[in-house]
Design a protein around this ligand. Structure first.
Ligand SMILES: [Zn+2]
Length: 206
């Protein structure tokens, strides 16, 4: 049996959602993490999720892949790791095993929060690196381009650490990101940048 099948048998969509800090209500509904959702419009079934607001849907592996911006394979590996599923053990035994590190809810939420912001920032940097690249060798380097070159690898490493590192390392990294409100400042900045981009787009259209 392949890892994908094994994970789908061992971990329900709801279990994964709860484990990664999403708040599941009694009707197995959650606020959709993939669109700005104020009332829970995502339904969690045993083996798939569906959002009535934005149409997002998939199985437990899709959910984790989307949440953490991972490929299906990496999402499967993450689930296997977090839920203590050994690919070489039969699924019956694996399904009974409790998560290796049952994380405290608050920490899960904090990690998720950091990961989301870092992912957004990473996308922005990747975009800047192309958009603001110098056209000729004589061009003065744009600040956006310089920042992208300096930060891309580092931010990519941080998102990897938050996704795959051992608990102890993850805790330290989240602490580091929250120190002196670093992650909050980055979030504020990303929001401002988003508004600037929106404003610019509107001007271009109008
Ligand atoms: Zn949605």
């Amino acid at each position: 049996m392949d890892l994908f099948t094994q994970i789908k048998m061992a971990v329900s969509v709801k279990e994964a959602a709860e484990y990664y800090g999403l708040e599941v209500n009694r009707g197995s509904m959650i606020c959709c993490p993939f669109h700005a959702d104020r009332t829970p419009s995502m339904k969690l079934n045993e083996d798939y999720f569906y959002c009535f607001g934005c149409g997002a849907h998939g199985d437990v592996i899709d959910l984790v892949a989307k949440l953490f911006n991972l490929s299906s394979y990496d999402a499967a590996k993450k689930l296997a790791y977090d839920f203590g599923i050994d690919p070489d053990k039969p699924p019956a035994a694996a399904a009974l095993r409790k998560p290796k590190y049952p994380l405290a809810k608050a920490f899960q939420n904090e990690t998720l929060h950091c990961q989301r912001i870092l992912c957004d920032y990473l996308h922005l940097l990747a975009h800047w690196k192309v958009q603001y690249a110098p056209k000729t060798p004589d061009d003065t380097l744009d600040d956006h381009f310089v920042e992208a070159c300096q930060m891309l690898d580092y931010i990519e490493d941080l998102t990897d650490i938050l996704t795959f590192a051992e608990l102890e390392v993850r805790v330290k990294t989240v602490d580091m990101l929250q120190k002196d409100g670093r992650i909050d400042r980055l979030e504020e900045r990303l929001k401002r940048t988003e508004k600037e981009v929106d404003a610019r787009d509107e001007t271009e259209i109008g």
